[in-house]
Write a protein that binds this ligand. Sequence first.
Ligand SMILES: [Zn+2]
Length: 200
Amino acid sequence: MQATADQSAANRMEAWLVAYPDVSGWLFDNCESNDFAASLAISLQKYGSLTDNQVSAVRRKLVPGVAAVAISVHEIEMKFAVARGNLVKQPRIRLDTFKFTAVIKGANAGGIYVTDTTEKDDDGKAKYLGKVLGGKFLPTRECSDDQKSRILAAAADPTAAAIAYGQRTGNCSICGLELTAEESIQRIIGPICASRWGML
Ligand SMILES: [Zn+2]
């Protein structure tokens, strides 16, 4: 009986995905970075469809006509590569008000998620503003023009943006912990992160 029930949910889900390509595309793109999307993906697998309210909630998040913009993340990727070489599993760096996080697994692997640490989403987490994939930044609708231009500037010169972050917050731009030693404040990142990221 259980197997039959699971199978019919799977069949319903397949039909549902075809009927709601915009919503399923958003779920696919966001289920790793966004708890709301992850919870919907679980419901979808369980029940084979989403409710009308859930569909409406996703469609409010869809981004009609928000264009991808070219972005250079070469500098960030070089820092991530050093960190991964030093066994940092999922490198992330805080630049300006943002956190750039390497995507290791899934459909967006090789990309970078961008959140704003000074804004919170409904779950109290840093607000997701978009992702970098294939040399393009794909902003969400909630990403303002000001945030977009600061994201591009931070990616183009992460060292300057890390200094700005460290001076503004007094925290390490890698791990986010408070900088205490005078030395660390001058260097903007703490000594442990500095050695792991080859920035000594
Ligand atoms: Zn640190």
